[in-house]
Design a protein around this ligand. Structure first.
Ligand code: NDP
Ligand code: MG
Length: 397
């Protein structure tokens, strides 16, 4: 990029997390190309302060007033130019501000839905890591993106891979694409005896073999609910029928996902497992920029292997197809139940193998009416969380 080109202004939602800090690592490698406009976080005041000192955004937002007050005090003490925005809906404001070109949605959970929708309604370039927002928002999310001319770029590595393999002409997908194949690592318990799943601790579940990620997605990877959420995410991003989406375990995580065409030809996207690759791809698309990731060394590469997911060890995986075929809104119920169950597991209130029971029991208890608005979705999310909390209480260890 030449010196005279205006930098792209960027808001990073969930800046202190794994995806947020990897995003800033890519940005750091391209001085002059990106200008950080705003950053948000929930609890890590000092981490956000350090990011404000380095990237000097115009605004910073914390999820609670107490954390915002702490940050504002420290920003003042450090004489930084950043303003801590404390207005109601401050996260939505920095996601939709007219001065912003691109928004990285890297908040974890359904909490990211409203800010991502605000960015979509403002027609932004939306880099979506926050898969739960799409799992909850479903059709309504995609309609909002389309109606307001937003550009939705997937950051989840599997969906970035599929995005890169699909023809750029979206209107040709129906006639050319047969199916998509999501690869999965299988997580840390791929070979563990299913009879011992009850004893798994949060520390064991968060020790992913290939990635250092936030705690919620780490547990989701261990149960393979992460892949279930990704099947739903793929259904909406790529407008595929549930039966056009397959999952295969590929422990090395070199192939990030594949597209199969009508003639049985398959295109795959490969690389070292490093989230800075899909982040750089989303930031620069359709251009390509340095991500900081190591190059794949084929001479050093061991075999690439594939296997089916064991239904006994990973009973949650099939819930994605089940939820997609059920009434609209069911995927929001599944997501809420899973967020509550994972949280209870991380707080040692629920056994690992009962996360699935909470999800099942919540799905059994709630039959959603068709959500017609964000308010409907948030109410459904709330209702499902209450049902899931009750299930956790029944199943608590
Ligand atoms: P982390 O837990 O590492 O980070 C989450 C970020 O969101 C933090 O900045 C956190 O703030 C903030 N946050 C948490 N809760 C809230 C809330 N209620 N309101 C506002 N902000 C909040 O998660 P990851 O970076 O691992 O994941 C982020 C998203 O990206 C998830 O949806 C995940 O599924 C997806 N993803 C992640 C991948 C990865 O490799 N990590 C890969 C593919 C997708 P604070 O830390 O200050 O409390
Ligand atoms: Mg993924």
């Amino acid at each position: 990029m030449t010196q005279t080109t205006k930098p792209q202004t960027l808001t990073v939602l969930g800046a202190t997390g794994s995806i947020g800090s990897n995003t800033l690592d890519v940005v750091r490698r391209h001085p002059g190309r990106y200008q950080v406009f705003a950053l948000s976080a929930a609890t890590q005041v000092d981490a956000l302060l350090a990011q404000c000192a380095e990237f000097r955004p115009q605004y910073a937002v914390m999820a609670s007033a107490a954390h915002a007050a702490q940050l504002a005090e420290k920003i003042k003490a450090n004489s930084l130019p950043t303003q801590v925005l404390q207005a109601p809906g401050a996260i939505e404001i920095i996601a939709s501000h007219e001065a912003v070109d691109a928004v990285m949605g890297a908040i974890v959970g359904a909490a990211g839905l409203a800010p991502c929708l605000a960015a979509a309604r403002a027609g932004k370039r939306l880099l979506l890591a926050n898969k739960e927002a799409l799992v909850v928002g479903g059709q309504l999310f995609m309609d909002t993106v389309k109606r307001h001319g937003a550009t939705l770029l997937p950051i989840d590595s599997e969906h970035s891979a599929i995005f890169q393999c699909l023809p750029e002409d979206r209107s040709s997908w129906a006639t050319r694409v047969d199916s998509i194949v999501l690869t999965a690592s299988g997580g840390p318990f791929r070979q563990r005896d299913p009879a011992t799943l009850a004893q798994i601790t949060p520390e064991q579940a968060c020790a992913h073999p290939n990635f250092s990620m936030g705690r919620k997605i780490s547990v989701d990877s261990a149960t393979m609910m992460n892949k279930a959420l990704e099947v739903i995410e793929a259904r909406w991003l790529f407008d595929m029928a549930p039966e056009q989406i397959q999952v295969v375990i590929h422990p090395q995580q070199i192939i990030h996902s594949m597209v199969q065409f009508k003639d049985a030809s398959i295109l795959a996207q490969l690389g070292t497992p490093d989230m800075r690759v899909p982040i750089a791809c989303g930031l620069a698309w359709p251009e390509r920029i340095e991500s900081g990731a190591a190059r794949l060394d084929f001479a050093q590469l061991a075999a690439l292997t594939f296997e089916n997911a064991d239904a006994q060890r990973f009973p949650g995986l099939h819930l994605s197809w089940q939820a997609l075929r059920a009434a609209e809104g069911t995927t929001a119920v599944l997501n809420a139940a899973n967020e509550v169950a994972v949280d209870a597991f991380l707080q040692r209130r629920l056994r690992f193998d009962r996360i699935h029971q909470v999800n099942l029991q919540t799905l059994e208890r709630i039959t959603p009416a068709r959500p017609a608005s964000v308010q409907d979705l948030l109410a459904l999310d709330e209702e499902a969380r209450s049902a899931a909390q009750a299930a956790v209480a029944r199943l608590a260890a």
